[in-house]
Design a protein around this ligand. Structure first.
Ligand code: SF4
Length: 217
């Protein structure tokens, strides 16, 4: 059947409105106003894409955990520090869902690229969207040490006792966390976000890109 001639097929606005229905009620009929729908992506994010968007963060936590497992000899310290880092990684994701996502347009919808938006209602109630940038700046520093701890700890462990396995792990951690993860976020996850103009992360990226372009000229 040609979708262009199928009058029963949902319109783009209807699909967008359906996707913006609370994720917990995604089977409900579309009823959002078209003006609101027009500011957001038009399709619910499939589970496969949500999983892809989460892969670099999951890889960072697993690689960071592996740095402690590979770099420490003492069994107690090895498992204690690896476990603490792993738990911090899980807590960091929950922290974002509890304290950042409730201020996002994508809260309780299926439009969030990484799926946090539809889990967020389990951790916090909806807050005003206009505070998003302030909340983002306030809470993102809570998870920044996840990027910093493994390179510092791994560097110290390498200095104390060189190991090629640990060196490779650290290299892969740095490549994933500082190159792949931000690129996946910017090009895939955040690229279509309606809040990218207010988001400090994206604003800084654009300023950096402009500065680069000016330098290249
Ligand atoms: S786009 Fe970001 S802030 Fe918005 S719901 Fe998804 S993870 Fe949370």
């Amino acid at each position: 059947m040609n979708p262009d001639t199928d009058t029963s097929a949902p319109t783009v606005q209807e699909k967008a409105a359906a996707a913006r229905q609370p994720a917990s009620r995604s089977a409900a009929p579309a009823s959002q106003p078209a003006t609101q729908a027009e500011t957001c992506p038009t399709q619910p994010i499939p589970l496969r894409k949500e999983l892809i968007d989460n892969l670099p963060y999951a890889a960072m936590i697993l690689l960071g955990t592996a740095v402690f497992l590979a770099g420490l000899d003492h069994a107690l310290w090895r498992w204690l520090l690896a476990g603490l880092y792993f738990a911090y990684g899980l807590a960091g994701a929950i922290w974002v869902m509890a304290f950042v996502c409730p201020y996002c347009h994508f809260y309780d919808t299926r439009l969030c690229p990484c799926g946090y938006g539809r889990i967020s209602p389990k951790f916090g109630t909806k807050k005003p969207d206009k505070s998003f940038a302030k909340q983002f700046k306030k809470h993102i520093p809570v998870i920044v040490p996840l990027w910093i701890i493994p390179p510092i700890a791994g560097g110290i462990l390498l200095y104390l006792e060189f190991s090629i396995a640990l060196l490779i792990l650290l290299g892969v951690f740095i490549l994933n966390s500082f190159v792949i993860l931000p690129q996946v976020s910017k090009r895939y996850g955040c690229a279509h976000c309606p809040q990218k103009d207010e988001c400090p992360w994206m604003t800084r990226s654009r300023l950096f890109a402009k500065r680069q372009a000016a330098t290249d000229d």
